[in-house]
Write a protein that binds this ligand. Structure first.
Ligand code: SAH
Length: 215
């Protein structure tokens, strides 16, 4: 399928389904080539609304999930955003069009390198990919206006709340390995208030020194 046509028709479907809701986010989806972030053998499927393998057992999220999470973050031009789980770099690329800077932490150094290569190929210059364990967040550059976790974890990694600015938003798929609840937490006067935003399925957060996050 023609990729430009595929992108337009995917975006139209995401708008119609109510997943894409605001003009800047719609423009971001129109300007980021998803085909650059999927493996060569899956290019023809780049504009299907499905997760696809990125290699090394991980996946690039389905476009509707990227749309839902991006809208929930309410990105602003001045924001600095921390992402846990760079994967292909696609979610970070979408955010890069909407905020000042994205720092994205990736546990697997091979995927961190893949994300850097993909972001460069897409001409994105305001995303920094850090190879490391996102369970600890990235205190070096904290605090952040927004934090987005794109791997499943039983709870928000305990290091994250103090790396989030007051008034900030944090988003994560919370739950076990088969299904999670997309959870949005807002920090006001130092207190986090969480709400459920619907079921989702992500690959699990793993620890550098163990197989999975503690449950
Ligand atoms: N946001 C990605 C999709 C994420 S898939 C995209 O747009 O393509 C989840 C990613 O989280 C995987 O790449 C996995 O390696 C990574 N991951 C798992 N545990 C992690 C951890 N503790 N710290 C950082 N990244 C982690």
């Amino acid at each position: 399928m023609n990729l430009k046509y595929g992108r337009e028709s995917l975006v139209n479907n995401l708008v119609r389904a109510g997943h894409l809701r605001t003009h800047p986010v719609i423009r971001a989806f129109m300007s980021v080539p998803r085909e650059t972030f999927v493996l060569k053998e899956y290019r023809d499927y780049a504009y299907r609304d499905e997760p696809l393998p990125t290699g090394w057992g991980q996946t690039i999220s389905a476009p509707h999930m990227v749309a839902i999470m991006t809208e929930l973050l309410a990105p602003k031009k001045t924001d600095r955003v921390l992402e846990i789980g760079a994967g292909s770099g696609y979610q970070a690329a979408i955010l890069s069009k909407l905020v000042r800077e994205v720092l994205t932490v990736e546990l697997d150094p091979r995927l961190a390198q893949l994300a850097r290569t993909n972001l460069k190929a897409a001409g994105v210059t305001n995303v920094r990919v850090i190879a490391g364990d996102g369970w600890e967040g990235y205190p070096e550059e904290a605090p952040y206006d927004k934090i987005i976790v794109t791997c499943a974890t039983p709870e928000f990694p305990p290091a994250l709340p103090k790396q989030l600015k007051d008034g900030g938003i944090m988003l994560a798929p919370l739950g076990g390995s088969s299904v999670q609840m997309l959870t949005k937490a807002e920090k006001a006067s130092g207190i986090l208030k969480s709400r459920n935003e619907g079921k989702c399925v992500f690959v699990p957060l793993r620890r550098r020194d163990a197989s999975e996050a503690p449950s």
